[in-house]
Design a binder for this molecule. Structure first.
Ligand SMILES: NC(=O)c1ccc[n+]([C@@H]2O[C@H](COP(=O)([O-])OP(=O)(O)OC[C@H]3O[C@@H](n4cnc5c(N)ncnc54)[C@H](O)[C@@H]3O)[C@@H](O)[C@H]2O)c1
Ligand SMILES: N[C@@H](CCO)C(=O)O
Length: 350
């Protein structure tokens, strides 16, 4: 039985939930999928770092983080020591779930680079490294014979990136449009129900949907990164962040929402990309008042939906959770399952 040792970089909502899933889903993983998981290192800005090659006692560390205590009181350090932990710990897989930085992706880009350079596979839900350094990190992983997986960077655990890459073979993808931010979709829905903007954002934060700085959700930065990821991964668009036009929902007023409702329209934040006749790709994100019979108009709460425009099937739409701690932790698990399946295939063919 294979056991993968993992390191959790960032111990907030997503990686904590992964740490909760490991004991609860551990038996099913072992019996159904043929591998076990053991956490051997954790780093976090507030807690510091803890490295235990024999395996960290997860129930103990899951109780930390409410007060001012750090890992120093548990045999670790109050400093994150990210580079040394990532490079030197015994983990096979690094799960990167620190804050998304929409400007340059740091320090997560460095976290991923250190891991891949030291022969460790990486799964991440962090959009920064994937959107801003995706091609470079994918090729670094290939050069080092390890994996770089990031399904949770778009639509949390709902499979869209792997699904499109694996299942659309033989089809031509002309573009996509979708609702790709759970927080703004939740906020627009709550405003439609009469709640004010700030109260709706507070609710989305409490539910674990919002970014550390919710302006990233509200001003469209989060969807801009997701559109960039999808355009480059699925349309081979070769775009940079500045090529994706961005407008968020802060300009949508309660009055716009009321007027839209009277006209049979619903405001949604829509991210899209389309291949032009000359082969180039136009991509962007903006709020749109969709007619109620539009396929995306009925997507509510933190649910997301992505409609792919294919040549032989026409539109193919995937809908599911776009945010949430459990949903996103599952994305990391699905990345590890993918890595395991790839390793098993290699061994079978050897
Ligand atoms: N929560 C969701 O629904 C969701 C969905 C998809 C993707 N994501 C992405 O997943 C990542 C994690 O999300 P989350 O909800 O867990 O966020 P969070 O804010 O709850 O947790 C992030 C954690 O990272 C830690 N951290 C920040 N910088 C660090 C550093 N340099 N070194 C070590 N630790 C550091 C913070 O202390 C915090 O505990 C983010 O990039 C987010 O964009 C989240
Ligand atoms: N803050 C993001 C998390 C998922 O990337 C959202 O609300 O969709």
């Amino acid at each position: 039985m294979t056991t993968y040792d993992i390191a959790l970089i960032g111990f907030g909502g997503v990686n904590r939930t992964l740490a909760e899933l490991i004991p609860t889903r551990g038996e099913a993983l072992r019996s159904e999928l043929g591998f076990g998981l053991r956490v051997v290192a954790i780093t976090d800005l507030r807690l510091g770092s803890l490295v235990q090659p024999e395996g960290i006692d997860l129930p103990v560390v899951l109780n930390l983080g409410q007060g001012s205590e750090t890992f120093a009181e548990y045999g670790g350090s109050a400093d994150t020591n990210n580079e040394s932990v990532i490079r030197n710990c015994t983990a096979n897989i690094i799960c990167e779930a620190t804050f998304t930085n929409p400007e340059d992706g740091e320090p997560a880009v460095s976290h991923v680079r250190w891991a891949l350079e030291s022969g460790k596979s990486v799964c991440t839900t962090n959009k920064g490294p994937v959107a801003l350094r995706g091609a470079e990190l994918t090729s670094l992983a290939a050069r080092n014979g390890v994996h770089f997986e990031f399904e949770g960077a778009v639509m949390s655990g709902t499979p869209v990136i792997r699904l499109a890459k694996k299942m659309f073979a033989g089809l031509k993808l002309n573009g996509f449009e979708g609702i790709l931010n759970g927080t703004s979709n939740y906020v627009l829905g709550r405003m439609e129900a009469g709640l004010d903007f700030e109260a709706a954002i507070s609710e989305a934060q409490a539910l674990g949907y919002a970014e550390a700085n919710p302006a990233a959700d509200i001003e469209g930065y989060d969807v801009q990164l997701k559109v960039l990821i999808l355009a480059n991964e699925l349309l081979d668009a070769g775009l940079e962040l500045k090529d994706v036009q961005r407008q968020g929902i802060s300009t949508v007023t309660p009055e716009d929402i009321r007027t839209g409702a009277l006209e049979g329209r619903r405001w949604k934040l829509v991210g899209s990309a389309r291949r032009n006749p000359d082969g180039s790709v136009t991509a962007g994100v903006s709020p749109v008042a969709l007619p109620l019979d539009h396929g995306l108009a009925g997507i509510s709460g933190a649910t997301n939906a992505l409609s792919f425009d294919t040549d032989l099937l026409g539109p193919v739409t995937v809908s599911g959770p776009g945010a949430g701690r459990v949903e996103t932790a599952y994305a990391l698990l699905s990345d590890i399952i993918t890595m395991h399946a790839a390793s098993t295939e290699v061994s079978a063919n050897a």
